[in-house]
Design a protein around this ligand. Sequence first.
Ligand SMILES: *[C@@H]1O[C@H](CO)[C@@H](O)[C@H](O)[C@H]1NC(C)=O
Ligand SMILES: *[C@@H]1O[C@H](CO)[C@@H](O)[C@H](O)[C@H]1NC(C)=O
Ligand SMILES: *[C@@H]1O[C@H](CO)[C@@H](O)[C@H](O)[C@H]1NC(C)=O
Ligand SMILES: *[C@@H]1O[C@H](CO)[C@@H](O)[C@H](O)[C@H]1NC(C)=O
Ligand SMILES: *[C@@H]1O[C@H](CO)[C@@H](O)[C@H](O)[C@H]1NC(C)=O
Ligand SMILES: *[C@@H]1O[C@H](CO)[C@@H](O)[C@H](O)[C@H]1NC(C)=O
Length: 261
Amino acid sequence: MAATAKGKWFDRIVLIIFENTNYTDAIANSYLKEITTRPNGVLLSEYYAVEHPSEPNYIAQIAGSTYGILDDENYDIDDETLVDLLEKKGVSWKCYMEDYRKLYARKHNPFFSFTPITKNATRCAKVVNANRLDDDIKNNQVPQLVYYVPNQNNNAHDTNISYASAWFKNWLEPKLKMTSFTHKTLFFTVFDESANDNDTVNHIYASLLGDPVTKDNYHNDTTHYTHYSFLRTVEDNWDLGSLNRNDSSATPFSLYLNEQH
Ligand SMILES: *[C@@H]1O[C@H](CO)[C@@H](O)[C@H](O)[C@H]1NC(C)=O
Ligand SMILES: *[C@@H]1O[C@H](CO)[C@@H](O)[C@H](O)[C@H]1NC(C)=O
Ligand SMILES: *[C@@H]1O[C@H](CO)[C@@H](O)[C@H](O)[C@H]1NC(C)=O
Ligand SMILES: *[C@@H]1O[C@H](CO)[C@@H](O)[C@H](O)[C@H]1NC(C)=O
Ligand SMILES: *[C@@H]1O[C@H](CO)[C@@H](O)[C@H](O)[C@H]1NC(C)=O
Ligand SMILES: *[C@@H]1O[C@H](CO)[C@@H](O)[C@H](O)[C@H]1NC(C)=O
């Protein structure tokens, strides 16, 4: 399925989410810093996670609320998510999980915390092992919303930021050369939360990269953003409407994105 629904700023968004690192430690990493300094890169230097530990942050990104969750347990929430909004407008999506059900953690798969997804086989089939991505790229079948979760080593959870960034560079750089994949695609790189659960500030690294970014000088976007801003960006891009939760008051990442004509 080639991209179909035309977006305001982009026709595809690829979210890649890393783990448990604060802003200071992430921006000190040379690769994570370097991608923000490219002409088509943006550093979102005031981006904040919404909670500790991991799981509520993932849930917030696709549902606009943490539902008061303060742990990494399994939940079965009967509520609409971004998936419902996307499907109503015919925007395709998939969640790519590395080493699905091996070096995999359910707490890092927010889609399976919602029964409108888990009780629907068609939707469950869109949560796939990440090794499918290469074929989807080759066959020009990458959906318009890609939620990419690296495994527990590659996401820094069981390793560290040097390991994760080395993996990320190897993953991302060849893909940036695949023009059918990168065409009108926005890459959004983010962490779930800072490492220390006592850190209530929860300042984390986030960046944008790709065609939709205004080609210009160094972009340091100091707008206050949170995980709800990701949701809001996707909603505004495809005119999806709102879940009417914390997405309503969130700001989209539009400062350095070109509107498509
Ligand atoms: C970031 O985390 C490091 C430990 O990895 C810690 O030393 C540092 O104080 C933290 N910075 C902030 C601003 O929380
Ligand atoms: C299951 O999901 C599909 C789309 O993925 C949707 O068309 C269908 O209406 C859903 N079924 C139910 C019972 O919600
Ligand atoms: C980072 O993790 C890798 C693999 O787990 C390890 O080899 C390396 O020594 C670690 N580096 C630091 C600075 O801890
Ligand atoms: C977090 O705070 C608790 C209670 O004050 C303390 O016991 C714990 O050691 C702190 N953890 C870290 C990582 O600072
Ligand atoms: C981004 O801009 C803010 C405000 O001017 C500044 O304090 C911060 O150092 C900048 N960060 C980077 C990495 O350029
Ligand atoms: C917004 O998120 C907070 C937690 O971050 C949650 O307590 C609250 O219920 C959410 N608000 C709405 C309207 O969903």
